[in-house]
Design a protein around this ligand. Structure first.
Ligand SMILES: NC(=O)c1ccc[n+]([C@@H]2O[C@H](COP(=O)([O-])OP(=O)(O)OC[C@H]3O[C@@H](n4cnc5c(N)ncnc54)[C@H](OP(=O)(O)O)[C@@H]3O)[C@@H](O)[C@H]2O)c1
Length: 230
């Protein structure tokens, strides 16, 4: 009897990445480009990146006119690492534009264009009822994206990020120093606040695209370490 080896072609995906020039986004980009399960990576950016790769499509947009680029916002899955700080944005209105409006707009357009999965980088403490603007906006965008009807929404809520940054962020630097040099502080009940490497968060986001979850899943800080493993 003859046997025939069956060659099953692995399904590949197109992903759209928001924030590909940032700390976590740049790690996501490298991981996505080196992973054969992703055949095309669309980076939606406001200025070009100094890299080229056969799988990478850099789409430069004016984030205030996202509707004009609707036909480019088309992928199987979207990963968003977009975000700013109140200090960088200069006002609460401008902060909200980046952390809420831009992300939600892309999520709406991509959903209309057939995307099934949205992976959202949020933050520990996200809560739409918070009196802290940052946490409130994160909570609001989580809720808004969750209501769009995606098959799968995964929301990651990391604590302080550890990673090299070119710009100076004094508050974050103090947090990073404590996270790296006083790790004993994060034993016991404070363990859930421990700092997390940007690359670990990025790997967890990419892994989340492939996980067979449906509905909305929130991944808290300590769980992100697990999601990064497989
Ligand atoms: N830092 C922390 O400890 C921490 C902890 C938990 C969660 N988070 C959240 O994690 C997310 C990513 O953090 P990160 O440190 O990777 O951020 P990041 O390095 O500051 O990168 C942010 C990304 O957003 C883009 N962006 C910012 N303002 C924009 C604007 N006005 N228009 C278009 N694009 C804009 C940046 O593009 P350009 O390069 O063009 O500026 C960059 O690609 C953020 O939402 C942050 O709130 C951070």
């Amino acid at each position: 009897m003859k046997t025939h080896a069956t060659c099953v072609k692995q399904e590949t995906m197109t992903v759209l990445l928001l924030g590909g020039s940032g700390l976590i986004g740049s790690h996501c980009l490298s991981i996505l480009l080196s992973d054969d399960r992703f055949e095309k990576v669309i980076a939606l950016l406001r200025r070009p990146l100094n890299i080229s790769h056969p799988k990478l499509v850099q789409t430069i947009v004016d984030f205030d006119k996202l509707d004009n680029y609707a036909s480019d916002i088309k992928a199987d899955a979207v990963l968003s690492t977009l975000g700013t700080t109140l200090r960088k944005a200069g006002s609460s209105v401008k902060f909200t534009k980046v952390d809420y409006e831009y992300q939600l707009k892309v999520a709406e357009i991509a959903k209309r264009n057939g995307a099934k999965t949205f992976i959202l980088l949020s933050s520990m403490g996200a809560n739409k009822k918070s009196v802290v603007l940052y946490s409130k906006v994160k909570g609001e965008v989580e809720e808004a994206v969750s209501k769009l009807g995606y098959n799968k929404v995964v929301i990651l809520r990391p604590s302080i990020l550890i990673g090299e940054r070119t710009e100076s962020r004094p508050g974050e630097a103090v947090g990073q120093w404590v996270a790296q040099n006083m790790s004993f502080v994060f034993a016991g009940p404070l363990a859930r606040y421990r700092g997390i490497e940007a690359i670990t968060v990025a790997q967890a986001m990419v892994n989340a695209v492939q996980k067979p979850y449906t509905g909305v899943t929130i991944v808290e800080n300590l769980e992100i370490f697990e999601w990064a493993k497989n």
